[in-house]
Design a protein around this ligand. Structure first.
Ligand code: FNR
Length: 360
């Protein structure tokens, strides 16, 4: 079905054709001027690869270990909201694709299937992403259910004390239909046929007082390791270490929160240096090619996560589309490694890339 598609960007075109304009723009859009949205992709394109030749690349090893779990390649699935708007099978299709690709899926707090349903649908390693509401009992309930259903880590999204201003959604008067089993953000009381009131609801419910000392509270309600998502500076990376984060995700929320934040790839190295290998550093934002994954690894990420590419695959072709997207990225990474002279992910080093910093 997905024959004839040669790269991830073609899935974006198919997704645009498959989805109502309002949903496509909800998925594709970013905050305000969408400056960071463009930068997330463009800054990858500024990085140049420096291949080594005459290396034995007759076998290429992509497998990677994340928090003790071995996955087939350093490409994971980022948490994104409401997959049922993209495809009727929603997160269940995404989870099955994650299992088929042997990668980690991070289920969004704002998923359109329950943590239990997703757990029952596949044996992929799953992480659970958390937003913290003013009503802390909601977090306690969801975290404990995730833990009981075999999720392996909590990904605390730290960049959303309020929702970023996504102008496409405002213009489109984004309407989210009533979906069953909504876990977090879109509880049924606000999801009516009249419209979602997404922004107002999020701003009423999100706890804007959430701060570093609350990580101790989060630790008190779960035994799972906690990754902090949304780190963009050395200072915050150090704070994350101090509060005992098990990992860091360098992310600007796919450029949907604060516009004019840096592209994630351009701050990765600074964060990696601050962390100094104490915990894994992951990155998301703008990863569209295997060469992008290679560049992130060269600058110190242990793996990347992809958000929109998964949604585009899902919208275009359901589970098969997600599998194809993940497979294409993996195949491209494998070819990049062969052509760059890196037989395994551990061989990818800082000396394989040239960045703007090197040109100073
Ligand atoms: C997101 N993202 C996100 N993050 C999060 O922590 N919880 C969430 O519910 C969502 N929802 C969400 C919906 C949509 C439509 C998008 C595009 C993104 C952010 C996501 O986890 C990730 O940071 C970005 O998607 C990464 O950028 P790319 O891969 O989309 O460029």
């Amino acid at each position: 079905m997905a024959d004839g598609i040669v790269n991830m960007n073609e899935f974006q075109v198919l997704a645009r054709q498959a989805l109502p304009k309002m949903y496509y723009e909800f998925y594709a859009g970013g905050a305000e001027d969408e400056h960071t949205l463009k930068k997330n992709v463009q800054e990858f394109q500024r990085i140049i690869l420096l291949p080594r030749v005459l290396v034995d690349v007759s076998s290429i090893a992509l497998s990677t270990n994340i928090l003790g779990y071995t996955i087939s390649a350093p490409i994971m699935i980022a948490p994104t909201a409401m997959h049922k708007l993209a495809h009727p099978e929603g997160e269940l299709a995404t989870a099955r694709a994650a299992a088929a690709c042997n990668t980690i899926m991070t289920l969004s707090f704002s998923a359109s299937c329950s943590v239990e349903e997703v757990a029952a649908s596949c044996d992929a390693v799953r992480f659970f992403q958390l937003y913290v509401y003013r009503r802390r009992d909601i977090a306690v309930n969801l975290v404990q259910r995730a833990e009981k259903s075999g999720y392996k880590a909590i990904v605390l999204t730290a960049d959303t004390p309020r929702l970023g201003r996504r102008e496409a959604d405002i213009k489109n008067k984004l309407i989210v239909p009533q979906l069953k089993n909504l876990e977090g953000l879109m509880s049924t009381e606000v999801v009516s046929d009249k419209g979602s009131k997404l922004e107002a609801y999020a701003n009423e419910t999100m706890d804007p007082s959430l701060c570093w000392r609350d990580i101790a509270w989060l630790k008190s309600i779960t035994n799972l390791p906690i990754l902090i998502k949304g780190i963009l500076t050395r200072e915050d990376a150090i704070k994350a270490m101090e509060v005992g984060a098990a990992g860091i995700i360098v992310s600007n929320h796919g450029a949907r929160q604060l516009d004019y934040t840096p592209a994630t790839i351009s701050v990765l190295e600074e964060v990696v240096q601050a962390v100094g290998r104490r915990v894994p550093v992951l990155l998301d934002g703008g990863v569209r090619r295997g060469t992008d994954v290679f560049k992130a690894l060269a600058l110190g990420a242990q793996a990347v996560l992809v958000g929109r590419p998964v949604i585009y695959g899902l919208a275009a072709k359901g589970e098969e589309g997600v599998r194809k997207v993940m497979q294409m990225l993996k195949d491209e990474l494998e070819l990049t490694m062969a052509l760059a002279g890196c037989p395994s992910v551990k061989d990818i080093s800082r000396s394989h890339v040239r960045t703007d910093r090197d040109r100073l």
